[in-house]
Design a protein around this ligand. Structure first.
Ligand code: GDP
Length: 316
């Protein structure tokens, strides 16, 4: 029986592991559940940055220089907006806008984000399943020392994650529900992976969807996080800065502490030496994914490791 894998991710870091899994698994084996707390309305368009990054990465369209956006995309619309005197702090490029147009049209026709995403991914030729964490609009709000509460994209893009974070709030989360598709994927998963995504900004919103956390921990299977922190630092983005601001030590083991009983396994980076934990299975690997090949190698090693576990792993 083919192994069924569910991978929870945010944008660039998580998308790399999802891409590794997509390279080694057959269609039907992989479901990627994606954070939608970063989604927002921009010039009347529904922009889902993490879903877009995962879609572009798995379809081979992604810009390798940034990890997000479409390779070779142009900025005609941005130039046009600037002629009107607009402050174009958010880089929305021409071909990327096609995604937002079709998504917005689909949502305005009353289709769920899950359905619209399935349509877009199919049309991009992606054989694997990409699901938003929920169909309801949820917005990550970032309360900062310098500017008060900011919408996520203001914090992340406009202010380049420089403000000091006090607390995160998920607007709309109480009204969000676990979709039938995500529930079925989790219920059928043989392995659940947490991509090397930002635990606070990318994974916490997913775990906060009512019912999702309980559905995950109900699965007596390997639930394994891959570290986004190597030698105390993030490969990119604010994960390490944020962990200090939220009171955690800037170290890979803080990720284990943060995920607590949700995970029963953790892949740390070999550059951290040998780490151990009394509560979860741990292994060191080279987790730095610099090429498409690295992604597939890491995905294969993680899966080989978890299927070698004792059938009743710690914490399940
Ligand atoms: P975002 O929404 O684009 O910020 O993407 P994610 O939340 O999915 O990923 C951000 C995290 O990915 C950061 O904390 C990075 O440290 C981590 N990351 C990015 N590339 C790599 C990599 O190659 N290896 C590892 N281990 N982590 C990575």
């Amino acid at each position: 029986m083919a192994l069924k894998v569910v991978c929870l991710v945010g944008g660039v870091g998580g998308a790399k592991l999802a891409h590794g899994l997509a390279q080694i698994l057959e269609p039907g084996q992989l479901t990627v559940i994606v954070n939608t707390g970063d989604d927002f309305w921009h010039y009347g368009l529904r922009v889902c940055t993490d879903l877009d990054t995962v879609m572009y990465t798995l379809s081979g369209l992604a810009n390798p220089a940034t990890g997000w956006g479409i390779e070779g995309d142009t900025d005609g619309v941005l130039q046009g907006l600037r002629r009107y005197g607009e402050d174009t702090w958010f880089g929305i490029h021409d071909r990327d806008i096609a995604t937002h147009l079709l998504r917005t049209q689909g949502l305005r026709e009353g289709r769920r984000l899950t359905e619209v995403t399935r349509d877009l991914t199919t049309r991009l030729g992606i054989a694997h399943t990409i699901l938003p964490m929920t169909d309801a609009p949820v917005a990550t709000m970032v309360d900062t020392v310098e500017y008060g509460e900011l919408e996520f994209q203001e914090y992340f893009v406009k202010y380049r994650w420089e403000p000091t974070v006090k607390v995160l709030r998920l607007q709309g989360i109480d009204a969000a529900a676990l979709s039938a598709e995500a529930a079925a994927a989790i219920a059928g998963a043989d392995v659940i992976l947490f991509g090397p995504s930002n635990p606070w900004l990318s994974i916490m919103p997913i775990l906060s969807v009512p019912g999702l956390h309980d559905a995950l921990v109900a699965r007596p299977v390997p639930r394994v996080a891959v570290t986004p922190i190597i030698q105390g630092a993030a490969v990119k983005g604010p994960a390490s800065k944020l962990m200090a601001e939220l009171g955690y030590k800037q170290a890979a083991l803080s990720i284990v502490q943060y995920y607590q009983r949700v995970i029963n396994g953790f892949v740390y980076d070999l550059r951290d030496g040998a780490l151990s934990s009394e509560t979860v299975h741990m292994v060191g690997m080279d987790t730095l994914m610099q090429s498409d090949g690295d992604r597939a190698v890491l995905a294969r090693r993680v899966l080989d490791w978890v299927i070698s576990w004792d059938p009743s792993p710690a914490g399940t």
